[in-house]
Design a protein around this ligand. Structure first.
Ligand SMILES: Nc1nc2c(ncn2[C@@H]2O[C@H](COP(=O)(O)OP(=O)(O)O)[C@@H](O)[C@H]2O)c(=O)[nH]1
Ligand SMILES: [Mg+2]
Length: 238
């Protein structure tokens, strides 16, 4: 390995972005990470990696896949989503820059389960607000906003969150029996996630709370993966 290669690798390591990829089993996490790796690290010879896309089996435990995007080394931790593995998800958060939550947008029957799991992982009740209010709290004429804040749902993790709405190809092909269009389903899923997490997307900017964004894609066809790659490598994710 030449000196330049070593320096380049070290520089990439310095800018490593740890992404935790979670979501229900069968939502397409492993396919997504394989497709991202192929399209980001091997654009010139994608045919060499075709086998990787046909080899997907349920992930037992976890695997780590690393590849460069722009100047960053993206390390994606693909964690199994089966019920038995979910209690361990919390253990992987250390030093995570980005949480990627994968939802199968074609399977609305499991959307509730997915949002519930995400909620369990992220949301906690704020409890320090009461202490900060000081004396005179709750007397009816005090700081109404602060009172309203007490016990409010807040996101407890300190990383950027990307919600991936995967398998959009199944909706555009009409395979999942949906009677409404792709845009309607996307909006419906976003709204359910936002209200399920008690988020106000308008609050996401500038107040120190983690930024939540949505990306719609198909890990199978590759549609929508470029914006996801952009999000992973954008400087505000570091
Ligand atoms: N049609 C379609 N199928 C997908 C897509 N992503 C994953 N799959 C399929 O969904 C199944 C589960 O995928 P997998 O990556 O193992 O899901 P995981 O359990 O979340 O890791 C596999 O049969 C994949 O081929 C997608 O975007 N579109
Ligand atoms: Mg998997």
């Amino acid at each position: 390995m030449g000196l330049l290669t070593i320096i380049k690798k070290q520089k990439q390591k310095d800018k490593e972005v740890k992404c935790l990829l979670l979501g229900l089993d069968n939502s397409g996490k492993s396919t997504l990470v394989n497709r991202l790796q192929i399209s980001c690290s091997n654009e010139k010879q994608p045919s060499l990696e075709v086998d990787k896309m046909t080899e997907i089996t349920p992930t037992i435990g976890f695997r780590i896949i690393s590849f460069p995007i722009k100047d960053n080394l993206i390390s994606i931790w693909d964690i199994g989503g089966q019920t038995s593995l979910r209690p361990f998800w919390n253990n992987y958060f250390d030093k995570t820059n980005i949480l990627i939550w994968c939802i199968d947008i074609s399977d609305l029957n499991r959307l509730h389960e997915s949002i519930n799991e995400l909620r369990k992982l992220l949301i906690t009740k704020s409890c320090d607000v009461e202490g900060e209010q000081g004396e005179g709290e709750g007397d009816g004429d005090g700081d109404g906003d602060a009172e309203a804040e007490a016990g409010k749902d807040v996101i407890a993790v300190d990383c950027k969150i990307i919600i991936v709405l995967n398998k959009v190809d199944l909706i555009s092909r009409g395979d999942c029996g949906a009677t409404t269009g792709q845009e309607d389903i996307e909006n419906q899923v976003r709204l359910r996630v936002v209200s399920g997490l008690s988020l106000s997307l308008a609050d996401d900017d500038g107040d120190g709370s983690p930024r939540v964004s949505f990306v719609t894609c198909s890990a199978l066809t590759g549609v929508g993966l470029r914006p996801l790659a952009e999000e992973l490598s954008s400087p505000d994710s570091l």
